[in-house]
Design a binder for this molecule. Structure first.
Ligand code: ASP
Length: 343
């Protein structure tokens, strides 16, 4: 967040439009993953997840109301979701084949073009804060594994015992995935080992009062992943992207998002072709990725504050908050959610 000094070279002004003049109505949109289905949760679990989404929205909104940059709102919201055991990020992350939690995260600042990402960390309590530190306090964009954790120690980023991330629900998901793999179900794969994946990545996109956009994504990846597999979430352009006109965070079957450069593809259509954000997001998430065999969802936000929530799964934890500070949250496809219409 802003506490970190910027050491990356500034992007030349001639290639990146400066943010529009102030006076934008700030907006924050979040997701908690596109893998949720009705049978997954009892009433208490659903209420807990919805409460965490609202808390995350309020935390981000407080930053925007205080005049902080969009990036601070993104990180404030994602930190709440990482700490909440309901989602596949931070505490509550899914397990690898070997029974570990390996975490990935990325941030991108649309106003400056700066980005930071980490992958395969096992001890960083809030991976989104380490991604930010990579962006603001190193000359690099991406760090992985032990090196990323060594860097975290130089940045006062909180490290925890790996047991911190464990939840019984995720452990049982891994046991079912391993069992399905043993029985070699047709859909069983190295990645999920189960007939259905558990997308639960968290993400946020924000537009601040000065017209700056930012995006961030944090995940445990996919259940039963192995060989240090890394998905789309920390790959700039795949699961996370922000520029001066568009910000996207994805959730879904990462391999398909990587091959589609999904987040960048959505924003390129907005920036270069002038496509409407909802049309661009629907085209990539709901048509091109399913046509290739993948599935999932995303949140996308443009510089006018218009939000898209495409997904092609039974549910996606999602929400947004505008200048009035009223959180709007939805989980399943049939849940009503009013959309912000921009300025
Ligand atoms: N996109 C993530 C990955 O493939 C999974 C998710 O969205 O939950 O790692």
């Amino acid at each position: 967040m802003t506490a970190f000094a910027t050491t990356q070279a500034a992007t030349p002004e001639d290639v990146r439009p400066s943010p529009p003049a102030s006076g934008h109505a700030p907006v924050l949109a979040i997701h908690g993953g596109a893998g949720v289905e009705r049978g997954d949760l009892d009433a208490a679990g659903l209420a807990e997840a919805r409460a965490a989404l609202e808390t995350a929205l309020r935390a981000g909104h407080a930053q925007l109301q205080a005049g902080a940059p969009a990036m601070d709102a993104v990180e404030a919201a994602i930190t709440v979701l990482e700490d909440a055991p309901s989602f596949n990020a931070g505490k509550g992350a899914v397990f690898t084949h070997e029974g570990r939690n390996e975490l990935d995260a990325a941030v991108m600042d649309g106003a400056t073009g700066q980005a930071g990402a980490i992958a395969g960390v096992t001890r960083v309590r809030n991976p989104i804060l380490l991604a930010d530190a990579v962006m603001t306090s190193s000359p690099h964009v991406m760090m992985v594994g032990e090196g990323a954790e060594a860097f975290a120690q130089t940045q006062d980023i909180a490290l925890v015992d790996p047991a911190y991330f464990r939840t019984e629900r995720r452990w049982q998901q891994l046991q079912r995935a391993l069992e399905a793999e043993r029985r070699s179900q047709p859909q069983a794969s190295v990645l999920t080992g189960d007939a259905r994946p558990y997308f639960g990545t968290v993400g946020a996109v924000a537009l601040d009062g000065d017209g700056r956009l930012a995006a961030g994504t944090s995940t445990g990846g996919m259940t039963n992943k192995r060989y240090n597999r890394v998905g789309d979430a920390p790959l700039i352009g795949a699961g996370t992207w922000a520029d001066a006109q568009c910000a996207v965070s994805g959730t879904g079957w990462g391999e398909y998002y990587i091959r589609a450069a999904a987040a960048h593809e959505i924003c390129a259509r907005v920036r270069l072709r002038g496509d409407d954000i909802r049309e661009a997001a629907d085209a990539v998430i709901d048509r091109e990725i399913p046509a290739a065999g993948g599935n999932g969802g995303a949140i996308a936000l443009d510089a006018d504050g218009r939000v898209a929530f495409p997904f092609n799964t039974p549910g996606m934890y999602r929400g947004w908050i505008g200048a009035d500070g009223v959180p709007h949250v939805a989980v399943f496809r049939e849940d009503e959610i009013a959309l912000p219409d921009g300025r």
